[in-house]
Design a protein around this ligand. Structure first.
Ligand code: FE
Ligand code: CA
Length: 496
């Protein structure tokens, strides 16, 4: 008989703990209730968003069949486990847990993962029953004031499924960005077919909007872009209704106020469900605060704006009471811009701020040209430190230097507008020339409406390099992508 002491219970636990840390993820140890599913529920991919120094939002949505509004999911809660690690093999897990995905949320599942290592590349995944999700890559932000030498951003907007393939997303993923800024028209609500077909008719209720988001998220290129890095998103009009204001539907003749209120609430709620957002859940009216501030060390502050939820409908563009932001958001923004502190700041929002009028006529009354007093107030506040305005909506790449009124005078900010990922599709030369004619103005440095694409922003302490990437065509998948133009913005806002 050996006299060797028996292992104590504590020794066994230590050994098991060491083994678990080296070989198995904590997911296996979570007290996860089983799920009565007959097929893989991770058909819509994974996403992350709104990174802060010690946290990031993790997202997925369960659907065994993405073509139907309820995802062919059971009408009951489903238990979802999650974990986030320093490595893609999940040997160095830094946080894990589980919770319920609820049927009333369309089985959308969102985790605010906290107590994470700062300024760190991380990997995450989810588990339901016997199914494990694809692995997503994300990261936390640097601490406030921490020195940061570079940040690579993809700026994108306007991905009309019908108009073509999302080759631009494949090219964007290949750039290995730290962050994607998406500034609106994530979905298009309309019915119809062009290169691809929108499933169902025009989205007008919760089931319709959920189905539209699911169709978009079923695209492998978009899934890959969400899995590549955290996104920071805001919206424009097509997430609800073309050119809408809260009290002004596109087709006011046939939609009554109450019916549009209900439609708008469903659209806002569906957007909130579909996005990884550091924001409250939508209330009974679908409303929630989307505008927010996110920091990136001493390099960049992002002021993410909501240009739709609080805006006035049609009116005199020079009316001094007119608002696109609403009084509360505008006061917050002006106050925050006055504080300063980082090398750069960016206004992340959907609509072009540069003056694009012709002969004093605001050609596009959705844009800041139809809100002149508020534009002046925002640019006045922005002038105190180097400011980049980013936008989308025009389905054209654009770079412009902004004077106090959106043009002319001393330069107070530089605007970069992203081309569309697919919206407008492959246009002929005549249409492209017509569309770009508005850009033939002294303060516009660049305009490209002929090809689809996005803008790559390489932010460093002393300069921002803007690279406009375009794809040759979107009418078929896999077309080549290339750089159409590249500019450098210095801290004195000169553009070369
Ligand atoms: Fe658009
Ligand atoms: Ca738009």
């Amino acid at each position: 008989m050996s006299d060797a002491p028996a292992l104590t219970r504590r020794d066994v636990l230590v050994l098991l703990g060491a083994t678990a840390a080296a070989c198995a993820s904590p997911l296996a140890d979570l007290p996860l209730p089983p799920a009565a599913l007959t097929a893989d529920p991770f058909t819509l991919g994974v996403a992350s968003g709104d990174p802060v120094p010690e946290g990031v939002i993790l997202w997925t949505r369960l659907a065994v069949d993405p073509t139907v509004a309820d995802g062919a999911m059971p009408a009951e809660p489903v238990a979802v486990g999650w974990e986030i690690a320093r490595d893609a093999a999940f040997r160095r897990v830094v946080a894990a847990g589980w919770d319920w995905a609820q049927p009333q949320d369309g089985h959308a599942f969102e985790v605010d993962a906290t107590d994470l290592p700062t300024d760190t590349r991380l990997y995450y995944r989810f588990v339901v029953g016997d199914w494990t999700s694809p692995v997503g890559r994300t990261r936390t932000a640097p601490a406030p004031g921490a020195p940061v030498t570079s940040l690579r951003i993809v700026l994108a907007s306007c991905q009309d499924w019908r108009d073509g393939y999302w080759t631009a997303w494949e090219d964007a993923v290949a750039q290995e960005p730290d962050l994607v800024l998406f500034v609106g028209d994530y979905i298009y609500e309309n019915a119809g077919t062009d290169v691809r077909e929108h499933a169902g008719g025009e989205a007008v209720d919760l089931a319709g909007y959920r189905t539209r988001y699911a169709q978009y998220r079923s695209d492998p290129a978009l899934q890959a872009a969400h899995a590549a890095c955290p996104w920071v998103v805001t919206w424009d009009d097509h997430e609800v209704d073309n050119d809408y204001a809260p009290d002004t539907p596109e087709d006011g003749a046939s939609v009554t106020g109450a019916a549009f209120d209900a439609r708008r609430a469903d659209a806002w709620r569906a957007f909130r469900e579909a996005m990884p957002l550091r924001a409250p859940k939508a209330d009974a009216d679908g409303a929630f605060q989307l505008y927010r501030r996110l920091g990136w060390g001493d390099l960049l502050d992002l002021f993410v704006l909501d240009t739709r939820q609080y805006r006035d409908g049609p009116g005199d563009r020079d009316d001094t009471d007119r608002t696109m932001l609403g009084a509360t958001q505008r006061a917050w923004l002006v106050d925050q811009l006055g504080a300063g502190g980082t090398r750069w700041r960016a206004l992340v929002q959907s609509l072009v701020m540069a003056d694009l009028t012709f002969g004093g006529i605001a050609v596009n009354r959705q844009q800041w040209d139809a809100f002149t007093a508020e534009r002046r107030a925002v640019l006045d506040a922005a002038a105190s430190a180097p400011t980049l305005v980013v936008s989308g909506d025009r389905h054209a790449g654009l770079l412009a230097h902004l004077g106090p009124e959106g043009a002319g005078g001393d330069v107070v900010a530089v605007e970069v507008s992203s081309n569309s990922i697919s919206s407008d599709g492959d246009v002929d030369a005549g249409e492209a020339a017509f569309k770009a004619a508005w850009a033939n103005q002294e303060h516009v440095d660049y305009a490209q409406a002929a090809r689809r694409g996005y803008a790559l922003l390489d932010v460093t302490p002393d300069a921002i390099t803007v690279t406009f990437r375009v794809v040759e065509r979107v009418g078929e998948p896999g077309a080549p992508a290339s750089t159409d133009a590249s500019f450098t913005i210095a801290r004195d806002l000169t553009v070369t």
